[in-house]
Design a binder for this molecule. Structure first.
Ligand code: NAD
Length: 455
């Protein structure tokens, strides 16, 4: 049994039966048998089914948001935002799927034609994180189903109730039970899934788990996508309004209590406006309401996983020991539940864990820099490469710098933003492959090359 606790109160919310390895094997075989019929349906059928899923999600937004808030501790307004964001992503996929998946004739000389068609991969595994279960799950299962795949879906053990709601609504909308298969449990269920006969593994989670999955899947030449963590930097140049930049970046660092893959995790500020920026940043953070995630006023909710509190404590202790200046926060809040005060350090450098390893919590280091070149070097001094940003007046200056940052996504005067129209990918230890955009539909297919010659 998987026991699900509310991270804001510690209360037991539910006990859900978890899948044994026999169940995983049985369900994977059923998915293998069911997938061809799903793929053989007309595209319009699959579009209609996913459209009904969209309508159902929209109709149930409030109870779904309440469940999400209860199991991950996310403020209720942010839970609603996530669900509304999923609707926008579904709209994008529904609008683009037919044209993206349609066979393309790429050559015709009168005698020979060349055509590319897009077959589904087959049966894919979708192992998901808890921090944005609607987003990171939906980025995979929506286009995967539209492309004709069967999906073995393992929601995070910290977002299993949301995972079960997703499955219920997909099935009610008309996705066959064996075509979208939820498998509830912890890492062992994920590991059991990897042992099945599957055609693709799409994972969102930590570098450590992603590396384990890559070791298992690599020698089998099964398509593998890994969307992992980051240590996302932003540089504030010398010619912007420090207060506006600080307000925007405080949100980018603290939204969802900093538990976003693309949270701002490091800030470099030009020395000319460093002090004004820090003052405005700390003031903004001081204004964030922390507490009961069910309250409409709350901005910072609970920390979803209790062990993350130890990671945050360790980064704070390390930064202090190495001479960083604590401006606000720096400690847990008393329970019940898992709470951490929004925390800001200055006088930080890259000897500190805070500036090197993913914090995944409401803590941030702000470092003073003297030039664009220094900022660029520091931004690239990381093993990760998910997103990076620059606040500056001049677009060409920002594009010159951002074009040299190793990151899948770059932002000019914005941060912590994801668009369904743009590919989402990472460099280095932030992962391989991509979701979203039309390429994030194609990624669930196997292109077939047709050489056609009339007799
Ligand atoms: P996690 O790695 O602990 O768990 C992710 C999933 O993997 C869970 O469902 C878990 O049960 C499963 N799992 C654990 N061990 C496994 C194993 N041996 N084999 C197969 N599956 C296994 O990560 P998490 O705490 O759920 O998520 C947080 C991390 O996810 C952060 O690092 C964050 O940056 C990252 N993330 C990345 C993106 C992105 O788009 N790049 C998006 C969201 C989250």
């Amino acid at each position: 049994m998987l026991k699900i606790h509310n991270p804001a109160t510690g209360a037991l919310l539910a006990e859900v039966p978890d899948a044994t390895s026999d169940i995983v094997a049985e369900r994977a075989a059923a998915a293998r048998a069911a997938q061809p019929a799903w793929a053989a349906r007309p595209m319009q059928d699959r579009l209609d089914v996913l459209q009904r899923f969209r309508v159902a999600i929209a109709a149930e937004t409030e109870p779904l948001a309440a469940t999400l808030t209860a199991e991950v501790g996310k403020p209720i307004r942010q839970s609603r935002n996530e669900i509304n964001g999923l609707l926008a992503r579904i709209d994008f996929f529904l609008a683009q799927a037919e044209a993206t998946l349609r066979a393309q004739q790429v050559f015709d000389d009168g005698g020979t034609r060349e055509v590319i068609s897009f077959d589904p991969l087959g049966v894919i595994v979708n192992i998901s994180a808890w921090n944005y279960p609607y987003f990171v799950g939906g980025n995979v299962f929506v286009p995967a189903l539209l492309a004709g795949n069967a999906v073995l879906y393992k929601p995070s053990e910290f977002a299993a109730l949301t995972g079960l709601h997703i499955a219920r609504l997909l099935h009610a909308a008309g996705v066959p039970q064996d075509v979208f298969v939820p498998l509830i449990g912890r890492g062992d269920v994920g590991a059991a899934l990897l042992a099945q006969d599957v055609d693709g593994v799409f994972f969102t989670g930590s570098y450590a788990t992603g590396a384990k999955i890559a070791q298992v899947i690599g020698p089998r030449f099964v398509k593998l996508q890994l969307e992992l963590g980051g240590k996302d930097p932003t540089y504030v140049a010398d010619d912007v309004d420090p207060k506006l930049a600080a307000e925007s970046l405080a949100d980018g660092a603290m939204y969802n209590a900093g538990q976003s893959c693309c949270s701002v995790e490091r800030i470099y500020v030009h020395e000319r406006l460093h002090d004004a920026f820090v003052e405005a940043f700390v003031e903004t953070v001081r204004g964030f309401r922390i507490g009961d995630p069910t309250s409409e006023e709350t901005y910072i909710g609970a920390i979803t996983r209790a062990p993350q509190l130890d990671v945050l404590d360790a980064q704070v202790a390390d930064a202090k020991a190495k001479g960083a200046t604590l401006r606000i926060g720096g400690k847990r809040r008393p329970g019940p539940g898992n709470w951490y005060e929004p925390t800001v350090f200055t006088n930080v450098d890259h000897t500190m864990e805070l500036m090197r390893e993913e914090s995944f919590g409401p803590i941030i280091g702000i470092q003073k820099v003297g030039s664009d070149a220094e900022a660029l070097a520091l931004m690239n001094d990381t093993r990760y490469g998910l997103t990076a940003g620059m606040y500056a007046k001049d677009e060409s200056r920002a594009r010159a710098l951002l074009g040299q940052v190793r990151a899948g996504t770059v932002y000019w005067n914005c941060c912590d933003r994801v668009s369904p129209r743009l590919p989402w990918s990472g460099h280095g230890d932030s992962g391989v492959g991509l979701t979203l955009s039309t390429m994030g539909i194609e990624t669930f297919t196997r292109p077939r090359a047709w050489h056609l010659r009339q007799p």
